[in-house]
Design a protein around this ligand. Sequence first.
Ligand SMILES: *Cc1c(COP(=O)(O)O)cnc(C)c1O
Length: 225
Amino acid sequence: MDQPATAFSATPLDDIRDRIAKSAAIAGRPAQDVTLIAISKTHPSEAIVPLIAQGQRVFGENRVQEAQAKWPALIEATPDVQLHLVGQLQSNKAADAVALFDCIHSLDRLSLVTALGKAMEKEGRQVPCFVQVNIGAEEQKGGCAIDEVPALLAEAHAAQVPVLGLMCVPPAEVEAAPYFALLAKIAADHGLAGLSMGMSGDFETAVLLGATHVRVGSALFGARE
Ligand SMILES: *Cc1c(COP(=O)(O)O)cnc(C)c1O
């Protein structure tokens, strides 16, 4: 299909949406099955407002404090905006996270399951979570080990912490596809439908391999400092 790609200056958001739709079509999946999370970490509200004006409604941040500073005003102006947490969460910030975020992608250890379970009960608010898996078994990376997934899921179930699926950040500098495929297999083995995988450099591959949530930052907002 030949299309004059930049005959009209499409915005980065149009471009990403288009690429998600094309990858979904190749995989025989409806494009609506893929949620684009615009990762706005480090970027000020002035950079976020134009995306909201273009209809983007799902955003992601990686730090609770930064999100607390930026988002309450943005949410007040556009109440149907959804905010996802994609960064490591300290147990002592669990209550703050439950109060502000609509989804948490970094459930990675038993102590955090406990803290989130308590916080959700106290706030009277169920926040769906993804279990983050250290899919490349990298020492410095966040996420639980693959063989810890069953115990974490069981504990989340017991603590009434809702789990949508699995999340990963594959090793840098190597082909991501095998890691995405492995995450998809582990999720399927546990009957989990959600797959949070794919970032600016590899979201099309992730969609081909079943991603339900892609987390795109720099391709939308430009490079971070
Ligand atoms: C920053 C971040 C992203 C977005 O990365 P880009 O390469 O800028 O698209 C996605 N997921 C997580 C967990 C992140 O921390």
